[in-house]
Design a protein around this ligand. Structure first.
Ligand code: NAP
Length: 261
């Protein structure tokens, strides 16, 4: 892992949940880390735990949607050889019916999942191409396989990420850079707990952050898309036709899972 993706990895959204799990697994593999997140508490906690494994860690308290995000990332990473970018931050931050919703709220979802993701991917991807090695792991969602009410923009940006990853994979594979869209289903992260999602619906497959992070890193070279947590068949079905039937059926489950407000 270190020869192919080291010596430094950047985890955007690396303080808790799947992001913290990535940090631990990468440190176990001998990579130094730059961890980015907004809240200082969980960021420091994960950084300390990873330092205790003997790796170097830099932290950056940053909202990735802020206009100076790339400049601030550069201030912490310029001069480091970053061989792996994990763009994990991206859970839905605004949930509403579209036409009566707040456009700024939807814009925040787009800014994080599209604008910030593209900026960091381009910034770290170019030197990886020059070096002829590296990895880019973008965290996606089963939501990106079909439209969903009240999270229509979130589902759409996750579809964007997946299609973008496929094109990037084509461009980078001949330069020795692995690109993977890691598609997650429902995963028991602190963000999901805070959002009040009902993850205890009978029959619902709920993954553990450590398991999906490990699965993603194990399959970094199996791009462009890897569906984690046993959700491959669900993803395959959701990508099919006829759309009206599939979208309406999935909507019935989502209505039970999402909070009513
Ligand atoms: N959990 C699920 O059920 C599920 C299902 C499908 C896909 N996913 C995908 O998995 C990824 C991780 O999701 P998650 O549930 O762990 O929630 P998340 O809100 O994306 O949080 C993950 C990490 O990103 C950081 N973060 C979030 N927004 C940020 C921002 N604007 N700027 C900088 N850092 C930010 C968080 O710390 P701070 O909050 O302190 O910034 C945390 O360290 C996302 O891409 C999500 O779409 C999750």
């Amino acid at each position: 892992m270190i020869d192919r993706y080291g010596p430094w990895a950047v985890v955007a959204g690396g303080s808790e949940g799947v992001g913290a799990a990535f940090a631990h697994r990468l440190a176990d593999a001998g990579l130094n880390l730059v961890l980015i997140a907004r809240r200082p508490g969980p960021l420091a906690e994960t950084a300390d735990a990873v330092r205790a494994k003997g790796m170097q860690v830099r932290t950056l308290e940053l909202d990735l949607v802020s206009p100076d995000a790339l400049a601030r990332v550069r201030a912490v990473t310029d001069g480091l050889e970053v061989g792996l970018l994990v763009f994990n931050a991206g859970a839905n931050s605004y949930r509403h019916e579209f036409v009566t919703g707040d456009l700024d709220g939807f814009q925040g979802v787009i800014d994080l999942n599209i604008t910030a993701q593209l900026a960091l991917t381009r910034h770290f991807g170019a030197p990886m191409k020059e070096r002829g090695r590296g990895g880019i792991l973008l965290v996606g969602s089963l939501a990106g396989f079909m439209g969903q009410a009240r999270i229509s923009v979130y589902a759409a940006v996750k579809a964007f990420g997946r299609i973008f990853a496929e094109g990037l994979w084509l461009e980078m594979r001949e330069h020795g850079v692995d690109v993977l869209e890691l598609v997650l289903g429902v995963t028991r992260t602190p963000a999901m707990e805070r959002a009040g999602l009902d993850m205890d619906i009978p029959g619902l497959l709920v993954a553990d952050p450590d398991d999906v992070a490990r699965e993603g890193l194990d399959h970094l070279a199996d791009g462009p898309v890897w569906v984690a947590g046993g959700n491959y068949e669900t993803a395959r079905q959701r990508a099919g036709f006829p759309r009206a039937e599939l979208v309406a059926d999935a909507h019935a489950l989502m209505r039970r899972m999402l909070p009513k407000n």
